[in-house]
Design a protein around this ligand. Structure first.
Ligand code: SF4
Length: 493
């Protein structure tokens, strides 16, 4: 599998974190070919969030390395902790931050404890075991016990601190995990793909694993099958996309029904989806037109939001104006893009008024979006701003979810009905390669400026607008494909 990334017989905190997320990931970190890794914005976002939290926690800039520990700096970064594990292997940790606490260490009347920053809503096993791992190595490094570690997070309402006790139970869990990690790393072949493949979107090894999933016809490749359904199907002896495609719907519906009525009800759909993917042939599900609202519309607004989910902030509402010419054609060439930046500091009321003005200016134009995010965000904001019932009904009637219409009308040979997957399949190409919502969020934070001094990156806003506009154009590509199919159906009647 190429050049190993890490020396053999060494366990470190990075491998530990990888293993907790996915056993296969740790194996690939050790044995995988580094050239096949793909960049992900997730890690950069995490590091920036971490830096923001640490700046809020510390009274001044942290010191670096062992010299800072000797001086007794309040915060210390850049320390590499080493030790020997219970199975004779070398251990290494590079804690993100050490915080000075009361105690007695080889340097004086103080000691240190490890700190991690939390992204997401809860403290996870990854946070706890990372703290425990660094804590154990820190004990011999400073000749003082480390009874706890600290998790810090800021969800927009001030810095939250959570003390995590590193007691016997956590230590035992750490030892068990290290033992399993060591065993997995010794395997000649990688562990199986993660059962919950949603996490793969954030992983650097997703290219390698997606290829593997396609090659082996992994059940997760069938759109609509998540970790739980995959386990159920495996229990019933259905192990691959081909197995599922070759299954008789009625018995499967009864068998899946034993796990819950809702699972029995989708058996037919899952088999049909697997067959479409196996055969590569699209299937029409309804003889009704997919987008009847567009037949006489004078124009449409293509609407796409960019968000910071952790901060619950929909920072960009982008609109692409697309008119219909007098001969009935959609004038894509002269379409215009209008981004509305929603700055929290301006207050929601002002943002809502701007959005209202935009919607009222084109009252006859349907608003097309892909997925439910846009309609949920807009109606929630309208309700918070006290919009009248009549206005809410009008908005609701104008919003058209292209994703929902696609799924009601067509079955496609794709493992995902996400915008990227569908629009790419039709032939649309984004101007910026490999960009996703996470990258747009990273650009947004870069534009706003990280940390207290708020140094922004001006060009980042241009990149976000381009990405947002492309998402609207991709939505149009799907809508246009649906209308073309409708026309074909009508002309063959
Ligand atoms: S892409 Fe998914 S299966 Fe592969 S290593 Fe990453 S998380 Fe695991």
């Amino acid at each position: 599998m190429g050049v190993p990334l890490l020396p053999p017989n060494m366990l470190n905190d990075r491998l530990l974190r990888s293993w907790i997320r996915c056993r296969r990931r740790a194996w690939l970190d050790r044995h995988g070919n580094r050239e096949k890794r793909l960049w992900t914005s997730h890690r950069t976002l995490q590091l920036n969030e971490q830096q923001r939290n640490f700046v809020a926690l510390l009274p001044d800039k942290p010191g670096k390395g062992i010299e800072a520990c000797k001086r007794g700096d309040y915060g210390v970064v850049g320390v590499r902790l080493k030790g020997i594990g219970p199975f004779g292997e070398s251990l290494q940790a590079h804690p993100a931050l050490l915080q000075r606490v009361n105690g007695k260490s080889l340097w004086g009347e103080y000691a240190y404890r490890p700190v991690v920053a939390r992204q997401g809503r809860r403290v996870t096993k990854e946070h706890i075991l990372s703290l425990a791992f660094s804590g154990k190595l820190l004990e011999s490094f400073q000749s003082a016990a480390v009874p706890d570690g600290l998790v810090v997070a800021d969800e927009g309402n001030g810095l939250q601190l959570e003390r995590i006790k590193i007691g016997e139970r956590v230590e035992k869990k750490l030892l068990d995990t290290l033992e399993k990690l060591k065993k997995d790393l010794k395997r000649s072949l990688p562990p199986p793909l993660a059962s919950d493949r949603r996490k793969c979107t954030l992983c650097t090894w997703r290219g390698v694993c997606n290829d593997q999933a396609t090659k082996e016809g992994h059940l997760s490749e069938v759109s609509g099958i998540g970790a739980r359904r995959r386990e159920m199907l495996k229990e019933l002896g259905i192990n691959s996309l081909n197995d599922l495609a070759n299954t008789d719907p009625l018995p499967l519906s009864q068998q899946l029904g034993r796990f819950g009525e809702q699972h029995g009800e989708v058996a037919n759909q899952l088999i049909a989806q697997a067959r479409v993917q196996r055969d590569g042939v699209i299937e029409r599900l309804s003889m009704e037109p997919a987008l009847p609202e567009l037949v006489n519309a004078p124009g449409i607004l293509l609407y796409d939001i960019e968000s910071d989910p952790d901060a619950r902030d929909d920072f960009l509402h982008g609109f692409l104006h697309l008119r219909r010419t007098s001969n009935g054609h959609w004038d894509l060439k002269n379409s215009t893009y209008h981004p509305l930046l929603i700055m929290r500091e301006h207050g929601e009321n002002q943002s809502w008024k701007r959005l209202q003005r935009k919607l009222k200016k084109y009252p006859e134009w349907p608003i097309l979006h892909y997925g439910e995010t846009e309609s949920l965000a807009l109606t929630r904001m309208a309700k918070r701003q006290g919009a009248a019932a009549e206005e809410l009904t009008t908005i609701h009637k104008r919003m058209i979810d292209v994703h929902a219409r696609l799924k009601t009308n067509w079955r496609l040979p794709l493992n995902s009905y996400g915008l990227k997957s569908v629009a790419n399949w039709i032939g649309f190409e984004w101007h910026q390669v490999g960009v996703d919502g996470a990258r747009a969020l990273l650009w947004w934070r870069q534009w706003r400026g990280f940390g207290a001094n708020g140094r922004g990156k001006p060009q980042a806003l241009k990149w976000i607008f381009q990405y947002n506009k492309d998402d609207s154009l991709a939505t149009w590509t799907v809508a246009n494909w649906l209308m073309e199919k409708d026309q074909l159906m009508n002309s063959s009647k």
